[in-house]
Design a protein around this ligand. Structure first.
Ligand SMILES: [Zn+2]
Length: 238
């Protein structure tokens, strides 16, 4: 059976008042419960969150960790004053979002792609020797870039230049851009790093094993290639 677009539009408009108690959504074997008890976000943002979640999570799960949870909850919580997070323990399949952030920045819904990757990661801990936070967050931003629906709408992008203050372990976008570059040279690198992190066997020598050189040497090559316009050793003076 096919649906005309007009029917789909009507269906998405009809339920604006019923979000708090809405039935879970199921797509390709993954169930999403979306809860916005306070009705803090409008229908358009809600729709973008749901679309971004399914689009990103289904592919991230297939590419990195098919055993990741098949039931996920997104909770819109006006009482949370951060941006968004995924919990640990029983909360590891729950994504909490501060609606105030998205009300101010409605184009930033690809933050859902970053958080969805944290659910896929399912590492044994966060911020330890075997799960360094710079790499955990770097992979999540690499995944936001790769699996997000419309990062440009949020004014979000991986940096294409390397600044003097950047290091491989700066985390988030800086590390994400480095991973993207390294993945292009060594296809499968990020998935292998991710698997090692999940299995608690990540250690720095793994870079040499997977990419042929230590991470600081790999970074140095990346930084040279990307260049740094503000390099103080360079001058245009004669
Ligand atoms: Zn994160």
């Amino acid at each position: 059976m096919t649906r005309r677009p007009a029917t789909v539009l009507l269906a998405s408009l009809c339920c604006a008042a019923a979000f708090a108690g809405e039935a879970p959504l199921v797509r390709d074997g993954v169930t999403l419960a979306y809860r916005d008890d306070a009705g803090a976000l409008g229908a358009e943002t809600r729709g973008k969150i749901v679309e971004t979640f399914f689009s990103a999570y289904l592919r991230q799960r297939a590419d990195f960790n098919p055993a990741a949870p098949d039931r996920v909850e997104i909770v819109v919580d006006p009482g949370y004053d951060g941006i968004a997070y995924v919990g640990d323990g029983d909360g590891r399949a729950t994504m909490t979002i501060n609606p105030a952030w998205l009300v101010e920045r409605p184009g930033d819904t690809d933050l859902v792609a970053h958080e969805a990757m944290h659910i896929v990661q399912a590492y044994p801990d966060y911020d330890s020797e075997r799960t360094p936070v710079w790499l955990v967050e770097g992979i999540a931003d690499y995944a936001r870039d790769r699996y997000g629906l419309d990062n440009a709408a949020g004014g979000w992008a991986l940096p294409d230049a390397v600044g003097p203050e950047h290091r491989y372990d700066s985390g988030y976008r800086v590390t994400g851009a480095f991973l993207e570059w390294a993945e292009a040279a060594h296809p499968g690198l990020v998935a292998r790093l991710d698997a090692a992190l999940r299995e608690g066997r990540y250690a720095p020598p793994l870079w040499r094993e997977l990419a042929g050189e230590d991470v600081d040497r790999l970074w140095a090559r990346y930084a040279r290639e990307r260049g740094d316009d503000t390099d103080p050793t360079e001058t245009t003076d004669p």
